[in-house]
Each structure stands twice: as C-alpha cells, then as structure tokens.
Design a binder for this molecule. Structure first.
Ligand SMILES: *Cc1c(COP(=O)(O)O)cnc(C)c1O
Length: 362
C-alpha cells in the first residue's frame, strides 16, 4: 500500500515502522472488540493492564533484562530524567559526568542543582566530534554514579566501549540508540531512554534500573512523583500513565522481536550507516566531522564547505521528498537520523540524491 509517506530523517519524533502504524490504525476505532480505542480506555481496566504487561514482558525479552531490574514507563521524556537521576541517585551528593555534547551538558546543568558534579572527561576541545578516553577516569571514592549520554543525537557520536566506572554505578541516557543494538543491561545501574527517538510517540521515557537503587530515604524536597520507587511500587500506574505511548511502544517491541531482535537490528543499522558514511567519506563536497571509531549509527551529521550551501542542500532534499535533514540549530549543517524504522532503501535513495547534487554542483 502506498500511503505517500516521505523518508523522514528527523532526529525525533521520528519514523515508526509502517507495519506497526498499520496495525495501530486498524485498532484505533475498536481495540479488539472492546468498543473503544486505547486512547479512550481506563488505565485500570484489565485490557489495558494486559497491554502494559505485554509491553514490559516483550521489552524484557528483547533486552534480556535481568530479574533484579525494574522497567518503568515515566511521563515527561528526557528532561524529567535529567532531574530524576540526580534526585534519586545522589546519596553522598557527588556525581561524575562525561561531557560529549548538548545532551550531556543539559544533564550536567540539571544535576548541579542537587549536588556536586565532576566532569571527568570531555570532548569539548574538538567540538564534541569524538568520545573521550574513559578507560582511567578520575572518579572520586565518594561518587554516587558515573553518567554518560551513550549516543549524542546532535553531535553524532556513540560509545562503542563503556567507561571503566571503577566500581561505581553506570547511568546511561540511551534515548537515541535505545534498541538499536544489543545491550548488556547488567553493566548498568540505570538506563533511561525518551521513546520518541527510536521507539514510539513523544511524552514518555522508559527507565530500567537495578532494584537496590530504589530508595525510601529521599530528601524531603523531592516531589513524590519524581521518586523512582513510587513508580516501581505502583507498576508505572501511580497516576494515569501515557497509555497511548505504552501501547505504541509495545507494538514496536513486538515488531522488533518478530524482526529477529536487537542483533538483527544492529546488523541492519550497521549496513545502513555504512552506505551513508562511505559516501560521505568519498565525497569531495560533503564531510562527516566525527572521528571514525566514534561515529553514531543512528545520527549522521555532515557539512558542505559553507553555511549557504548547507541550506541549499537542505532545501533541495526537501523538494526531492526527503524530510528533516537540517542539522540541529545549535550546530548547523545537515544531519540524517537513520533509526531502526528507516529502511535501507531510504538511506540509499538519499545517497543517490546527494551524489547527483554533488555532480550538478561541481
Ligand atoms: C532528545 C533527547 C533528549 C531530550 O528528550 P526530551 O524528551 O525532549 O526531553 C535527551 N537525551 C537525548 C540523547 C536525546 O536525544
């Protein structure tokens, strides 16, 4: 079926798999004989509880999440997690952050409101175009955790090796790489991901955290709602959750399982990214600024020699039916976000177009 959909290279909200959208569309007026859509359904109903339970179970299977980890669906997206992490995990009031770009800077700024932040490594010196060496970080003995943004959506870098945290808890923002490749959950204390990048609709984060990090002794100032334990004890249903996002994410989890799981995703994503990076590296017009071994497979920033030409390419791609290739307003240039739901044909079509553009302008 041709719906006239474009290849959407948005960093988020971003493309969702077409078969998932079709299934959602088929259920939107009457979900499985209930006489209503999931948007209209009580979150306390048996039917919705089943949807939420299945979503969690499928995510646990996909990521092979150990039993001593909780899976939480929390409203508010990424920015709420920037605050929740330090509020819940800073016991001694000291946390280490690795600064790799915009999203780690935001997390650092927020954490500073609650305690002492030590930036233990940074790639600021080269415009965040690489991931700093994290094999021997200066982590103080009283640090509560080490925080990374595992894939920097704006700058286009990713950690292929996790930092040596010297025994401290590792906390990771996986928003723009969640479910794009296998992940050994047991290496982390807490993983969180805003779902609008690689999974579903905006307005929710998935939080996966080790049970022993839940606390009864949070400082008085922490709003009840921002306590992970409150969400864990209530099975993510303390108040009305983002039912629609849970339902849509559940569909995507199931779809990924049917597609062969995270190893299959990793293979496909590597193949897609290689098509684009190989072209950029062989091009005389376009440059990919990120150091090769740290390149994100999800977000691919690139530039031409001038801002004017960047803008011209963005306009030309848009006219040719490729959407949202403009780089983030903080860095400029172009960026192609090629999450799980972007088909290989979409990346190939973009490369063909950029090749033609280059020939026509050389
Ligand atoms: C988009 C993004 C965020 C912010 O998410 P919001 O839901 O808009 O608050 C945080 N971290 C990363 C890595 C992101 O890509």
């Amino acid at each position: 079926m041709n719906y006239g959909r474009t290849y959407n290279f948005s960093a988020g909200p971003a493309m969702m798999p077409e078969p998932v959208l079709e299934e959602i569309a088929s259920e939107v007026l009457n979900y499985r004989g209930s006489g209503m859509s999931v948007m209209e359904m009580s979150h306390r109903s048996k039917m919705f509880q089943q949807i939420a339970d299945q979503a969690e179970a499928d995510l646990r299977t996909l990521m092979d999440i150990p039993d001593n980890y909780k899976v939480l669906f929390i409203q508010g997206g990424g920015h709420v997690q920037f605050a929740m992490v330090p509020m819940n995990l800073m016991k001694q009031g000291v946390a280490c952050y690795v600064e790799t770009g915009t999203w780690s800077k935001k997390a650092i700024a927020e954490a500073k409101k609650y305690g002492q932040v030590q930036v233990v490594a940074s790639s600021k010196d080269q415009g965040y175009t690489y991931v700093p060496d994290c094999s021997d970080l200066p982590i103080p003995g009283n640090a509560d955790y080490v925080y990374i943004c595992e894939n920097e959506t704006i700058n286009g870098t990713t950690f292929f090796d996790l930092p040596d945290t010297k025994g401290k808890i590792l906390v990771s923002d996986q928003s723009s790489m969640f479910l794009s490749r296998p992940c050994d959950v047991s290496k982390y204390g807490l993983i969180w991901a805003g779902v609008q990048k690689n999974v579903g609709p905006a307005g929710m984060a998935v939080v996966i955290l080790r049970e022993d990090l839940l606390r009864d002794d949070l400082p008085e100032f922490v709003p009840s709602y921002l306590n992970y334990k409150l969400h864990a004890d209530a099975g993510s249903m303390y108040n009305t959750p983002n039912c629609w996002a849970i339902y849509c994410c559940g569909k995507v989890f199931r779809y990924l399982l049917d597609q062969g799981g995270l190893e299959a995703m990793a293979r496909r994503n590597a193949e897609k990214a290689a098509v684009l990076y190989d072209f950029l590296d062989s091009s005389k017009l376009f440059t990919a600024p990120v150091r090769k071994q740290d390149r994100s497979l999800m977000n691919v920033p690139f530039v031409t020699p001038t801002k004017e030409q960047d803008a011209d390419v963005v306009a030309a791609t848009k006219a040719a039916g490729f959407d949202n290739l403009k780089g983030h307003r903080s860095v400029g240039g172009l960026r192609a976000s090629i999450y799980n739901a972007m088909p290989l044909e979409g990346v190939q079509a973009l490369v063909d177009f950029l090749k033609q553009y280059e020939q026509a302008h050389s």
